[in-house]
Design a binder for this molecule. Structure first.
Ligand SMILES: C[S@@+](CC[C@H](N)C(=O)[O-])C[C@H]1O[C@@H](n2cnc3c(N)ncnc32)[C@H](O)[C@@H]1O
Length: 239
């Protein structure tokens, strides 16, 4: 299977556009990739904290503009982008005490995406990704695997309804390699610090134990890496 790095290169013919939009830039890691291909990238996110982080990470990129904006209510003109990129955008309010999937909200955001572009690229961890298990350490009520499954089904149905054709799809993986166990554990705790930060040393130890057990079962702990299965799909509107 090709790595995500190689897949970016394979998707080049879709990504080399004048103006691209990225939804939910978070720390800006994927924004950076997109900016290697698109002449101009506009990234939106709803979080002020992520805005500060992304601004720092992307300060050397002159073709990226970051905005605080709700993906469900974008202030862009119809069809004003050559492409929309959605990476890990299944996740809305994940901090709830009860598990629920808001498919109406998802549908509404998809409608906004289709309004602003005729080409939509999804790069999303799959329902099999180890991150789904890891997420439970931060919120045991969350069923990430189910969220992703339902969300992906809706994407496929919605795109078909709106006359978008699936022009390419495949599976790939992302790999984060760490140099020691402490680094791995600290990074894992950081990934979902917006959902939960351990409040005591004891709680931190417990969370780390759970994380390490999950990674051990997945055969990743010994090699000090975390890899997740990712699906990519490119949809184009048929006129
Ligand atoms: C799981 S993160 C994905 C981050 C990044 N794309 C990645 O894959 O690393 C989801 C991001 O979407 C943002 N987000 C959630 N709901 C949003 C909304 N309605 N409008 C814009 N951004 C939103 C969050 O703040 C977060 O940065």
């Amino acid at each position: 299977m090709k790595s995500l790095q190689e897949i970016w290169e394979d998707l080049k013919k879709y990504l080399e556009v004048e103006k691209a939009l990225e939804l939910g830039f978070s720390n800006g890691n994927y924004t950076k990739e997109l900016a290697k291909y698109a002449k101009k990238v506009v990234g939106i996110d709803i979080s002020d904290d992520f805005m500060e982080i992304a601004k720092r990470n992307l300060k050397d990129y002159s073709n990226i503009e970051l905005l605080i904006m709700d993906a469900n209510n974008m202030s862009f003109e119809d069809k004003s982008f050559d492409l929309v990129l959605s990476t890990s955008f299944h996740e809305f309010d994940l901090s709830g005490e009860e598990y629920s999937v808001d498919l109406e909200l998802k549908r509404s955001i998809l409608t906004e995406m289709a309004r602003v572009s005729d080409t939509i690229v999804f790069i999303e961890p799959t329902e099999n990704a180890v991150t789904n298990e890891l997420f439970k350490v931060f919120n045991p009520n969350e069923n990430h695997s189910d969220r992703i499954k339902q969300s992906n089904n809706l994407i496929d149905t919605f795109m078909k309804e709106k006359n978008y054709e699936l022009v390419t799809k495949g599976l790939t993986y992302n790999k984060d390699q760490f140099s020691n166990l402490d680094e791995l554990n600290e990074e894992m705790l950081d990934w979902w610090a917006d959902i939960k930060v351990p409040s005591t040393e004891e709680e931190k130890k417990q969370m780390i134990n759970q994380i390490d057990m999950i990674l051990d079962n997945a055969g990743m702990l010994e090699g000090l890496y975390v890899t997740e299965e990712i699906a990519y799909k490119v949809f184009k509107k048929v006129n």
